[in-house]
Design a protein around this ligand. Structure first.
Ligand SMILES: Cc1cc2nc3c(=O)[nH]c(=O)nc-3n(C[C@H](O)[C@H](O)[C@H](O)COP(=O)(O)OP(=O)(O)OC[C@H]3O[C@@H](n4cnc5c(N)ncnc54)[C@H](O)[C@@H]3O)c2cc1C
Length: 451
């Protein structure tokens, strides 16, 4: 009998699942349920929730190809379509970053091609858009899904297998109090912010997304005669000023050049970590940390010496890793780091310590589900931040835009430390931030921490 499979959600997880299933030799009956009207774009890449100014931080070279890779797909788009997507043909390169909505279009095209491929391979594929799965029941012989159809009816379906690929979920209303936004998405909500003082909690890619949405509502980025990106506010945007804030007050670093597919590691390998996992959770974190240190020291001895790696522990690695950056003005650091990243990209130079941490991130992650409660806390408290910082680098253009806003006098960064308060008490709009004995009122507040 043909297996009946449901995929809930048609974002990247649903699409890669479908890619695996359509390759099966036995015919399958696959139903994809998607709450959105257009299937195959995924939440972070959908035009309804993103602004054209928001950039994805994943390049074609990093994306496992589905039917074709992103660059191949872009190259075969007609000029008019590229113009609509805001992509210059000369900029189609495997390491280039594009607006999020470009990824949405690419993914949707891959989704459609997979359906055609699946049908040609004798599978039955049924895509139900505007269908929200509202309940799942595991029954003795099958799995029952309750689905809300576009006309509001509830219908039950039975499947042999169900894949939940529902991804992200944000609140319907993000402005929970006047001028106080709990999420930067959907982006269109931020367009209603008046051009006053805006606080953005967070300095990562999400916070940059929020900043780009408001700054492009009140001005524009342009290249000056020397080729440097500048920002000019519109007449209506004169009063716009943004302050990004985080505990450390650091900006993410610029995307760094490295080799794909990843060159193999020699010490902190899948086999070595799996062998430690097999010995149980006692001392697992410290033993994995030891592999991490040995691999990092072997990859880049000078860097290891510069942060005193040999004496560092799970607790002290992150302070040592961030120390030089924390000691410097974040914009000065960003300018220097961008220049270095641009030069390394041009000369195809790999900074070995960055590359080693990047490659170790997924390997160390294998141990995380096996850590005991105390070690898991230790991992989350500090060690994890090094991996996040290393892989959450941002497109060079994002750093150029931050620096342009800074030069235009439109952007500050505050280091909040651990002791701060954000309150809406006593203000009609926005929020008040208290830290370090100071109190600042903002006309609008956006939480871009993803919390
Ligand atoms: C704002 C944001 C930006 C990001 N940017 C990047 C980036 O630039 N680079 C990167 O590498 N990663 C990025 N990520 C990481 C991101 O998690 C992945 O890139 C990817 O979107 C995850 O895919 P997914 O299919 O699991 O989830 P999603 O993309 O969220 O897709 C889930 C799908 O399921 C549907 N759905 C949800 N619930 C139901 C239901 N009950 N019934 C039916 N359908 C349902 C949704 O409509 C959606 O289409 C970003 C994440 C966020 C939140």
């Amino acid at each position: 009998m043909t297996s009946k499979i449901a995929i809930i959600g048609s974002g990247p997880t649903g699409i890669y699942t479908l890619a695996g299933l359509v390759a099966a030799r036995v015919p399958l009956s696959i139903t994809v349920f998607e709450v959105e009207a257009d299937a195959g774009k995924g939440t972070p890449y959908h035009p309804d929730i993103n602004d054209q100014a928001m950039l994805a931080n994943i390049a074609s070279i990093e994306l496992p190809p589905i039917c074709e890779n992103l660059v191949e797909w872009l190259r075969r788009q007609p000029d008019l379509e590229l113009e609509r997507l805001n992509v210059a043909r000369a900029q189609i390169k495997e390491r280039e970053f594009y607006p999020r909505i470009v990824l949405g279009e690419y993914l949707q095209s891959q989704f459609q091609q997979l359906i055609e491929k699946g049908i040609a391979n004798q599978h039955v594929i049924d895509v139900r858009t505007r269908h929200r799965v509202v309940d799942i029941k595991l029954q003795p012989d099958d799995i029952q899904l309750t689905v809300r159809t576009p006309d509001g009816e509830r219908k039950d379906y039975a499947f042999d297998h169900v894949v939940m690929a529902t991804g992200h979920d944000w609140p319907e209303t993000t402005e929970v109090k006047p001028g106080y936004f709990v999420s930067p998405w959907p982006a269109r909500a931020l367009k209603s912010i008046d051009p006053g003082s805006i606080a953005i909690l967070g300095t990562s890619l999400s916070a940059i997304d929020a900043l780009m949405t408001v700054s492009t509502a009140y001005g524009a980025f342009y290249l000056d005669a020397s080729g440097q990106l500048q920002y000019q506010s519109s007449a209506a945007g004169e009063g716009f000023h943004a302050t990004m804030m985080s505990r450390k007050g650091l900006l993410p670093e610029a995307d760094f050049y490295c080799e794909y597919p990843y060159a193999p590691l020699h010490i902190c390998t899948v086999e070595a970590v799996d062998a430690l996992i097999a010995h149980g959770s006692a001392s697992l974190l410290d033993n994995v940390f030891d592999l991490f240190k040995r691999e990092l020291a072997a990859s880049d001895p000078d860097y290891a010496a510069s942060i005193g790696l040999s004496l560092l522990t799970v607790e002290t690695l992150a302070p040592a890793y961030f120390a030089a950056r924390e000691a410097m003005d974040p914009f000065v650091w960003a300018g220097m780091n961008l220049a270095e990243a641009e030069q390394n990209k041009a000369s195809q130079h790999i900074v070995q310590w960055r590359y080693a941490i990047l490659r170790m991130h997924e390997i160390v992650a294998r141990a995380v589900p096996h850590l005991d409660k105390d070690d898991l806390k230790r991992f989350h408290k500090s060690f994890k931040s090094v991996f996040i910082d290393d892989y959450a680098t941002v497109p060079h253009q994002s750093i150029q835009r931050l620096l342009a806003l800074r030069r235009a006098g439109k952007l500050d960064i505050i280091k909040l430390g651990n002791d701060y308060e954000i309150t809406t008490d006593g203000v009609a709009r926005g929020a008040v931030i208290r830290h370090d004995g100071t109190e600042t009122a903002f006309d609008a507040f956006v939480d871009a921490t993803g919390a």
